[in-house]
Design a protein. Structure first.
Lengths: 321, 499
């Protein structure tokens, strides 16, 4: 029993020592020690891929290791709280996605845009509807006709209620095309459902279902937005049907808002260099998420605009009060 | 025939020194990580992920596959030696396995567990190698009602572990379901049962609950016991793979477990823990000696062991054929593949069949090597039995805290884990069953999301669970189990009503 207590005391001292060590060693040229990259979703998803590729590309530019840790939970808010909770010295970066921002708009958690310093919005993906390749729904027009003819019959597999997916389904319902939102907690289940014939339509961003598109299991029928996506020239935009709804899922690299301006500028320059690399061009091309370069200020405005859009939809559709 | 030739070629690739060496290292890492209470093999896979950047996609898959196969078994080592499950999937192995250890020595229980796991794993690897396309079609034909029915079967299996005190077991189960529903709900994003405590917004992970109740609880029990604490495990002979005659005696339970596990493996999100639980429940209902279960019946250990390793191969089928991961372990392999720019799915079959068959072959080999490596690791762990229990307890605390933190890199999980440790201690002292609680925390959230999605998909029609043929069959089986288990109780009530 004595030994037990001694072991615990030793552990406590070791932990405290580690905590003190990390609190020291500042005041030198940035960056002089490893920069943490906190991915606010679990391994394997879009945010994880971004964090890991960014870490690989930033390491040679910054000249220090950029270790990745995944802190998932609460629509990404758990990891973001961790970013805000660390010392605002530029040594803790995080991924922030549009999904978390729409969750804030929906009233989840207490985080706000202004809590974060935006280093850059680096990816933006269109939202699209897909059907299995052998589906009887040949195109968007016919989907709308079927939805109008059989209200509430067509089922759209989505990521849940209160999400962009939900907004899209509600938007179409207000235009006179009611369909059922079938929420799935796990992406794998969501992709299986229309493929197995258990629902009809899939709401997703193309980057997450590349393998299904390439293997001709799913085909896109519409992209939400005013214009077609350059990678899918044959897929009509919802704007062509008068459906003005733009629901991009974007991803950014952020830090806590209190990070000094010169550190932020250094980080933005480093990220800009990473974005110029062939590796990044290949990655964003394959995931259909390339966007033009954005400064910290432009990035913040972009995020704010998205938040306002989503809030407005949610208010209109009674998803929030 | 073509498949056979492909498999033979794959075997040649898998046997190349580099591939073989990394596969063995993977199995070793998996078995050890699995065996350490607190450190799950999924953690080990996630931690190993960055190392796989340096490898080719095939080597990465071989390595991670080794950890996966070894890790699913590894948890049983601590289940059988110290009655603390090393991983959630090894929980059912405690129920009949640990009594066998106490009665016949750890060699007997470990031999049964290793042999049953290897048979289940090998069969599953063969299904992966030769029956992927039909199994992929089977996977697609399952929908949320079927998933719900399978999870419901798992929940019903609590009746089978109640050991006489049905009411307390059910109470424990529902408490577990309530704990599992704490936090942000999966579909609406509403927080529940958090009482405004921010720590609880992310919910309570079942791994944290399990580490707390079993590992920390056991340590507190050891600290609180007046006389010298002892795990009571005595060696009685040598560890060996079971002989054919022993395997023949267990053929029923091993084949039932393998069958259950192979099918549960293809359900996304279910995985080895659900496979082992359902297999134990089924065995408990159909076995001739069902009334003696929990006292060290060898079939009761063989079935969940065979089942949990039988999930490993089939969980890879939806991943490789459709691009959909069937378990947490398979999800990390998906991440490894996508990071290498390889897209799993039907295209892999046409574009890169050599790589596929090499993966199949190395999964098969991993199950064979698992036997040898597990025997070695179990021996090393067996030596620990001679160590002063206080030292072991100290290590258990460290691993538990690290493991609880590692689930989500969240310090709140450590506090929750320690809290459950104290609860586990008192539950044990007062004879309140802990296993049903863990079952509730594992299966409750799964059942909820399957149920809600089923309702959304089928216009809130409750009868869907009974009218779809496969789901209906599972539900009928589950209700059969309920009435079977309640029969003595009901008879007593009936008698009292009449007289």
């Amino acid at each position: 029993m004595d030994r037990q207590i001694r072991v615990r005391i030793a552990c406590t001292i070791a932990l405290l020592a580690a905590a003190c060590a990390s609190a020291q060693a500042q005041e030198r040229k940035y960056p002089s020690r490893p920069v943490d990259m906190i991915v606010n979703f679990g391994p394997g998803g879009g945010a994880d891929q971004l964090g890991r590729i960014m870490s690989k590309l930033l390491e040679p530019v910054l000249g220090v290791p950029v270790p990745v840790s995944n802190i998932a939970g609460a629509s990404g808010n758990a990891g973001l709280s961790k970013v805000l909770g660390s010392t605002p010295d530029g040594y803790t970066l995080g991924t922030l996605t549009g999904l978390s921002v729409s969750a804030w708009a929906g009233g989840l958690g207490k985080l706000q845009i202004r809590d974060f310093a935006f280093i850059a919005v680096v990816q933006s993906s269109p939202s699209m509807l897909f059907v299995p390749n052998d589906s009887r729904i040949l195109d968007y027009r016919r989907m709308l006709d079927a939805a109008k003819a059989n209200p509430g019959k067509l089922r759209v597999a989505t990521a849940g209620y209160g999400t962009l997916d939900d907004i899209a389904v509600k938007f179409l319902a207000t235009k006179g095309f009611p369909m059922v939102n079938v929420p799935f907690a796990k992406p794998g289940e969501r992709y299986m459902s229309p493929l197995g014939g258990h629902s009809e339509i899939l709401f997703e961003e193309p980057g997450d279902v590349v393998q299904f598109i390439d293997s001709k299991q799913y085909r896109p029928i519409v992209v939400f937005g005013a214009r077609r996506h350059p990678a899918f020239p044959d897929t009509p935009a919802s704007g062509e049907f008068g459906h003005d709804v733009d629901l991009p899922n974007w991803r950014a690299i952020v830090a806590a808002a209190k990070v000094p301006a010169d550190t932020l500028a250094a980080l933005n320059a480093a990220v800009a260099k990473a974005l110029d690399s062939p590796d990044w061009r290949k990655f964003c091309g394959e995931t259909y998420t390339c966007i033009e370069r954005k400064s910290p200020e432009e990035s913040r405005q972009f995020a704010q605009r998205n938040y306002d859009d989503v809030s407005k939809f949610m208010k209109d559709y009674g998803m929030i009060k | 025939m073509e498949a056979l030739a492909g498999f033979a070629n794959g075997m040649v690739v898998a046997l190349q020194p580099l591939h073989l060496a990394l596969m063995i290292v993977g199995v070793l890492v998996g078995v050890i990580a699995g065996a350490l209470p607190g450190i799950s093999f999924v953690n080990a896979m996630a931690i190993s992920l960055p190392f796989t950047y340096l490898m080719s996609p095939l080597v990465a898959m071989v390595f991670l596959g080794g950890i996966y196969v070894g890790g699913v078994f590894g948890g049983s080592i601590s289940s059988l030696l110290v009655n603390i499950p090393g991983d959630p999937d090894s929980l059912p192995s405690c129920w009949d396995g640990y009594p066998i250890t106490l009665r016949d020595g750890p060699e007997r229980s470990l031999s049964i567990a290793i042999t049953a796991s290897a048979i289940g794993g090998l069969f599953s690897a063969f299904l992966l190698s030769f029956a992927s396309p039909p199994f992929a079609r089977l996977a697609l034909s399952f929908d949320q009602p079927e998933f719900f029915a399978a999870t419901f079967m798992g929940l019903v299996s609590v009746l089978s572990i109640s050991k006489g005190n049905l009411l307390l077991s059910l109470l424990s189960l529902f408490l577990g379901v309530a704990i599992g529903s704490i936090g942000t709900d999966p579909l609406y994003g509403v927080t529940r049962l958090t009482f405004g405590i921010g720590l609880l917004d992310n919910g309570i992970d079942f791994v944290v609950v399990m580490i707390g109740l079993f590992a920390i609880g056991e340590v507190i029990d050891a600290l609180a016991s007046r006389q010298g604490y002892d795990f009571n495990v005595k060696r009685k002979g040598a560890m060996k793979v079971l002989g054919l005659r022993d395997i023949w005696k267990l053929r029923g339970s091993i084949s039932r477990g393998t069958g259950v596990g192979s099918v549960i493996g293809i359900i996304p999100g279910a995985g080895a823990a659900v496979g082992a639980l359902v297999a134990y429940g089924v065995e408990r209902q159909v076995n001739r000696r069902r009334s003696e279960f929990g006292t060290g019946i060898e079939d009761g250990l063989a079935a969940p062991e065979a089942s949990k390793n039988a999930t490993t191969g089939t969980a890879m089928i939806p991943l490789l054929t459709l691009g959909i991961p069937g378990s947490a372990g398979a999800a990390i392999m998906l991440a490894a593949l996508t990071l290498h720019g390889v897209q799993p799915g039907p295209l892999l079959y046409s574009k890169n069949p050599e790589m596929l068959y090499a993966i199949f072959a190395s999964f098969t080999l991993a199950n064979l090597f698992m036997v040898a490596i597990s025997v070695l690791v179990a021996r090393a762990f067996g030596m620990l039995m001679k160590t002063d229990p206080t030292v072991i307890c100290a290590f258990i605390v460290v691993f538990s805290v690290v493991g609880a933190f590692g689930v989500r890199n969240n310090i709140a999980d450590v506090y929750i884990c320690l809290g459950f440790g104290i609860a586990g201690f008192y539950m044990k002292r007062f004879g309140f069953p802990t296993a049903p609680l863990v079952l509730g925390v594992i299966l409750g959230p799964l059942a909820e999301s399957y149920f809600l999605t089923s309702m959304a998909n089928y216009h809130d029609d409750l009868s869907i669970f009974f009218t779809r043929p496969r789901s209906g069959a599972l539900m009928a089986l589950a209700f059969g189990f309920i009435f079977w288990a309640l029969a003595p109780e009901l008879r007593a009530v009936w008698r009292r009503v009449r007289g």
